[in-house]
Design a protein around this ligand. Sequence first.
Ligand SMILES: Cc1cc2nc3c(=O)[nH]c(=O)nc-3n(C[C@H](O)[C@H](O)[C@H](O)COP(=O)(O)O)c2cc1C
Length: 147
Amino acid sequence: MTVLVRLIYASKVAAHFGPMDMHDILDKSRRNNIEAGISGLLILADGYFFQALEGDRSAVHATYARILKDSRHSSSVMLSSLEIEKRLFSGWSMGYVLSSEKNKPLFMSYSSNKYFAPLSLRAQAAESLLAEIGAHARHLGGTETAT
Ligand SMILES: Cc1cc2nc3c(=O)[nH]c(=O)nc-3n(C[C@H](O)[C@H](O)[C@H](O)COP(=O)(O)O)c2cc1C
């Protein structure tokens, strides 16, 4: 039986992380996620990744297990893992949103201090932030790198 889920996690970007790493991650994500029926959104903000993976439960967890081993980030915390009726990001094999002056207020509205601190977000807040950023990105006509 297949069950549709959405997993959200946050992690710290590695000190050695560079633009080519992002290019490689998006490239691999696009290829692997289409194959695995996974959709989602990856956010890079203030030195943190914040990512949603949605799809079949076993495919999502297998992908997350692979991502956990990646040295381009650390301190990953699973913020939420929910059975869902519907995807938020269908059609996006991995949308990408970079924090900018335009969307910074949105990130900050979920923060208790002046920095975006996704590792300590509650599940409900993680879900809300994700939905808001997704809607915002759609409004702007897509994500930084199209699916
Ligand atoms: C923050 C972050 C997000 C990633 N997201 C994905 C993803 O959504 N899908 C994926 O296949 N790989 C993702 N990766 C890359 C994996 O860790 C891994 O390098 C890749 O899946 C290996 O693919 P390959 O076996 O085809 O070479 C991500 C890595 C990082 C650091």
